[in-house]
Design a protein around this ligand. Sequence first.
Ligand code: ADP
Length: 196
Amino acid sequence: MPKSAAKSIIFARSKSRGDKIPTSKIELIKGDITKITADAIVNAANSTLLGGGGVDGAIHRAAGPKLLAECAALGGCATGQAKITKGYNLPARSVIHTVGPVWSGGNHNEERLLADCYRNCLALAREHNLKSIAFPSISTGAYRFPIEPAAQIALNTVKICLEKDPGVLERIIFVLFSDSDLEVYQKSYRDSFPEG
Ligand code: ADP
């Protein structure tokens, strides 16, 4: 098992519909999202889509300059929305770029906009028939969204989408960058999926 996955926990979720039982697996791991092999990884981008620091910078460095060229033609992205590109040199086939809200005290629609990010990324994944998607912790770095409510929003929004569309996505991976972020997401997972 690679070192980055040493802290992973895996939960299986299923929901029955007739005889078929489609299953979506949610994984919480500590690691570097640029190393993840999936149909898509999500980039916590800024509204220019022209690259930045944090996970955005890491994704552009790993994907190579063709990613920036494709992003430059997209005309930016509004907060809460998402756009898809190829993955170029990344192990992931695609990158879904979403723009999280900057935390401004909590009274500026930050929670709704963060939920929109997760919802719109999942909708794009569905539209493109992707089966696996990896998320970083959107907005909780330079954009200063507090990690506990951010984790709750991330997991609850994914839960609601999976319940609406069971089995469409087979694998959802949350890639956390530190032990403490991973622990917060693990706790939120237990709150969102108490049966799971
Ligand atoms: P935002 O501007 O949306 O807050 P950041 O990139 O500053 O985005 O931070 C979002 C989260 O991504 C933070 O928890 C940060 O630690 C994490 N992060 C940074 N680099 C990586 C990476 N290579 N893989 C996964 N997560 C990362």
